[in-house]
Design a protein around this ligand. Structure first.
Ligand code: UDP
Length: 483
């Protein structure tokens, strides 16, 4: 008699929106294959996403949750600082990473108690490979990024970056396209031995020793890099994206993050009164926040472009009588009817998918980039840190579906990057919305969107890779429970 135990996967994402959101989608994908899924996180993160997790139940995908106590105070962070959007300085980031290393014991206890068959743990938790090995289960790595940035980062990790200067950029060898980085584009902590660089090395090393890597991308989008990663770098990987396509209903698409500032139906009503491809959506993800001077430049650039827009601003209303110095005087009156300023969280996927949306000013976070590609929307690219620079290269130079807001090499905004001027914003917005080049970018983006959807349908590349992974892990052999 075969034991009838439902296979069970633990997901342990990094505590950030850009990792929690795709993890919930990935859990739904596995749940749709009859596999039990549990997401492990801190109480704060789980509460931010409780609506999204509840909704998944309504769509028939049961996702369990387990909470860990996050030792914020123990490492010198304020109580409740449990998510990476709350961390600003490099020093705080170091403390935050230190706190994550203290979670190993709690995770071990959960593995002991629940005995899952597999652990999908974020790249931010290098120690998870050894913890999984103790229990004889495979550890898969999730980065929240794509093949191009995985390839570039792996090469960078092996190089001596202390010798790179601003005048002679570093050429990263062996990649399918030329990738150059100037000295000021590499954060200082990467150039010398430092805690953060050692952390990066430990993460890369734990990835080598893990069972393999889950990538939220699809093969047809970056075939040369998918091949390079697997064949040249020799790392096992499964591409299973775009994972957000598992959300079919408008409510599921809209309620993937914290509570939105405006109901999705209100946005959609506004958009529905507009011509196709006549609105540009402007948003920079969950981490990037600009100072007042930069917000002012954005406002003036958008106004000067003459385009209709939805602009999402991650800044709370000032508590002094709602005074908002960062908006030019009379701005909202002047743009009334043609522009919407959203303070807080917007239902991004339904906005991008709406036929009135014709362009996207983006920081090139990987989730946002995939969502735009899949919706067939060309981009004005404005990367700020991490993989966003490589994603920009993919979008502008390799796929030809975007223009750079600022030409040339850029610095991490987190580490002293320059402010972008209104003229650059106006120009990029216009280039992405109007004219022959814009049309051509849009039609290339639409073709890629079509490929994205096909990849997750039966027989598509991502569909097949997900099934291949389930076979390889032997999860299909464990019979589901009889109800
Ligand atoms: N997002 C959203 N509304 C917002 C801001 C972000 O729905 O107001 C979603 C967006 O659709 C994406 C994720 O949050 O799925 C942001 O991830 P990304 O990788 O683009 O950037 P990060 O936040 O990690 O910088």
């Amino acid at each position: 008699d075969q034991k009838t135990i439902q296979p069970h996967i633990f997901f342990f994402p990094h505590m950030s929106h850009g990792h929690m959101i795709p993890t919930i989608d990935i859990a739904k994908l596995f749940a749709s294959k009859g596999i039990k899924t549990t997401i492990i996180s801190t109480p704060h993160n789980l509460s931010l996403f409780s609506k999204a997790i509840e909704r998944s139940k309504l769509s028939g995908f049961e996702i369990g949750v387990l909470a860990l106590k996050f030792p914020a105070v123990e490492v010198g962070l304020p109580e409740g600082c449990e998510s990476d959007h709350m961390v600003e300085t490099q020093e705080e980031l170091q403390k935050f990473l230190k706190a994550t290393t203290l979670l190993a014991q709690q995770l071990e206890q959960l593995l002991k108690d629940h005995q899952p068959n597999c652990l999908v743990a974020d790249i931010f938790f290098p120690w998870a490979t050894d913890v999984a090995a103790k229990f004889g289960i495979p550890r898969l790595v999730f980065h929240g990024t794509n093949f191009i940035s995985l390839c570039v980062s792996h090469h960078l990790m092996k190089m001596d970056l202390s010798i790179v200067s601003d005048s002679e950029p570093l050429v990263i060898p062996n990649l399918p396209h030329e990738h150059k980085l100037a000295g000021n584009q590499i954060p200082d902590f990467m150039k010398q031995e430092s805690e953060l660089r050692s952390f990066g090395k430990a993460a890369a090393e734990s990835e080598w020793r893990s069972h393999g890597v889950l990538v939220n991308s699809f093969y047809e989008l970056e075939p040369a890099y998918a091949d390079h990663y697997r064949n040249f770098l020799g790392i096992k990987a499964w591409h299973i994206g775009p994972t957000f396509l598992c959300n079919k209903e408008i409510e599921d698409k809209a309620k993937r993050g914290p509570k939105a500032s405006l109901d999705e139906h209100e946005f959609l009503k506004w958009l529905s009164s507009k011509e196709p491809n006549s609105v540009i959506y402007v948003s920079f993800g969950s981490v990037v926040k600009f100072d007042d001077a930069q917000l002012l430049e954005i406002a003036l650039g958008l106004e000067a472009s003459g385009q209709q827009f939805i602009w999402v601003v991650k800044k709370e209303k000032s508590d002094q009588e709602n005074k908002e110095d960062w908006l030019p005087e009379g701005f909202e009156d002047r743009v009334e009817g043609r522009g919407l300023v959203i303070r807080g969280w917007a239902p991004q996927v339904p906005i991008l998918e709406h036929q009135a949306t014709g362009g996207f000013v983006t920081h090139c976070g990987w989730n946002s980039t995939m969502e735009a590609v899949t919706a067939g929307v060309p981009m004005a690219t404005w990367p700020a840190f991490a993989d966003q620079f490589y994603n920009e290269k993919l979008v502008t130079e390799i796929l030809g579906i975007g223009v750079r807001v600022v030409e040339g090499a850029k610095k991490w905004a987190r580490f002293g990057g320059d402010r972008v001027k209104k003229e650059n914003i106006e120009k990029a917005v216009t280039e992405v919305m109007v004219g022959k080049d814009a049309e051509e970018m849009r039609s290339r983006a639409k073709a890629l969107g079509e490929m994205a959807r096909k990849s997750v349908e039966e027989g598509g590349s991502s569909y097949k890779d997900l099934n291949a992974l389930i076979q390889e892990l032997g999860l299909h052999r464990i019979a589901p429970p009889q109800s």
